[in-house]
Ligand binder design. Sequence first.
Ligand SMILES: NC(=O)c1ccc[n+]([C@@H]2O[C@H](COP(=O)([O-])OP(=O)(O)OC[C@H]3O[C@@H](n4cnc5c(N)ncnc54)[C@H](OP(=O)(O)O)[C@@H]3O)[C@@H](O)[C@H]2O)c1
Length: 275
Amino acid sequence: MDVTVIGTGRMGSALVRRLAKQGFNVYAWNRTKDRLKDLPARSIDDISQAKGLTFIFVSDDEALNAVRGVGGDIVALSGTYSIGAVTAFNIRFTSMGKGLLAAPVVGGPADVENGTAIYLIGGPESTYQRAKEVFDKLGSIIRLPTAEAAMALKLAYNSFLIGTMALLGEYVVLGRTYGVDDDTLRALLTKTVFKEVSEKYMDRVLKPKLPPSFTLALAAKDVHYAVKSAGDAKTPLVVSSIVKSLYELLAALGFGNEDYVRAGLLELIGGLKEK
Ligand SMILES: NC(=O)c1ccc[n+]([C@@H]2O[C@H](COP(=O)([O-])OP(=O)(O)OC[C@H]3O[C@@H](n4cnc5c(N)ncnc54)[C@H](OP(=O)(O)O)[C@@H]3O)[C@@H](O)[C@H]2O)c1
């Protein structure tokens, strides 16, 4: 089966590698052509040449809005976008008689490449059945009735995760301030319900992962979309609004390319104090 990936950044390039390993005919398009060089895919010059199931993995709503006239029979929106942007794309695309799914991903580039990512797939069952043979080879699947519901679940999950990372950083900051060493901070968490969070994220909070697999700027964008999408439905997200402000502030201060897990660890702001 033909599959196309539009946007071969960290996630899109990992998806290209996964699809190629699973034996699909893979086509790829990226705005910056250099990023296509070493990928196991045939590059296309224009997005209208996309074939088969076409994944869109560009960064944000603005980039999604720039993707016009995309080819292929079915489009899967796999980046993280606001609900309003998904609805607008859905109306534009399905009016051309094509199938649309939202298929945002829980997991990073390594999960996508290794087949351990979770795909939240929303859209009509008939469209999903036509794309199922591809998704079955990508990772685990959670089905949602609509594209909007799938994106809402992704935004809800990311707000929860990103907020948790901010609080984990503040846990470290308060403990260290009063002389609690890192091993003790870790030991307490591993005796509680936060064991897995500690095992997966504590080292990453304490030492930067270089280069980051998910940037602080993209995390700021995700919480912004969560708060905006909830606000559009007159459902305020109070705590997420504060997390959004923290991430947007850090991005505005120039930390957008840092690993997103470090936002609560005020070494970042500490570094600023020294300037
Ligand atoms: N990284 C993660 O762990 C992760 C996990 C789950 C979901 N996501 C979501 O997946 C999406 C991609 O994330 P990523 O980490 O792969 O980001 P990334 O490495 O920064 O890649 C962004 C991609 O978007 C393209 N792009 C940006 N603006 C564009 C525009 N105006 N027109 C056309 N293409 C444009 C970039 O093209 P250029 O190469 O030309 O700049 C690049 O291909 C985001 O929505 C992100 O929130 C990421």
